[in-house]
Design a protein around this ligand. Sequence first.
Ligand code: SF4
Length: 226
Amino acid sequence: MSQAARLLAIYRELEAMHAWRGWHWWPDADPFEVIVGSILVQNTAWSNVERALDRLRAADALNPNAMRALDDAKLEELVRPSGQYRQKTKKLRAFLAVADAHGSLENLLALDPATLRRTLLETWGIGEETADCIVVYAARQPAFAIDAYTRRIFSRLGLGPGENASYGAWQQYFVGHIAEDRDTWARYHALIVMHAKHICRKQRPLCGECSLAPGCGWAGTAWAST
Ligand code: SF4
């Protein structure tokens, strides 16, 4: 089976295993909430981000104008549950400044995907994973986001360029084998996250519940089956 066919087959298996689950950015979420969430989730768990988003929502601050009007102390207090709250406040401010420089958030998100990604990467506090999440889930343009979950699952499956390969190498592996389509790329990443959280966990993956097990070298290990 070709790599492309294998990746498509895995996509279908993941969909069959996880279609019933909800995921915060699928099918669609408010673009500004996606952006704020993608910045706040850096170096922390999503559950902490949800607490910060709840506080921002309760303060009616989950839109660019309202957030811009907050002073730093107030914004820091609201995002505190996500950790590194001073840094993350600065990152949110940096993003708002870029949106302002383009006239509005809508104008920024309307840039073509390559220009938007480059603009985001030039923004303080935004790296490749955050930029790609913003492109695909906020701007709803094609981008394949790579994260530690992707590296873990596909390395266990014996696929991809190697767990320690660069972000770009991993991204090229997927975009080189899966035809460009925003919804497919967005959904694939969502399914990877759900699989990593619920079945292919870092410790003691639930291989007995995984329909990818027949083609997974990791599934047969003693440690994996415990
Ligand atoms: S069989 Fe186990 S190690 Fe392989 S992908 Fe499934 S859960 Fe992960």
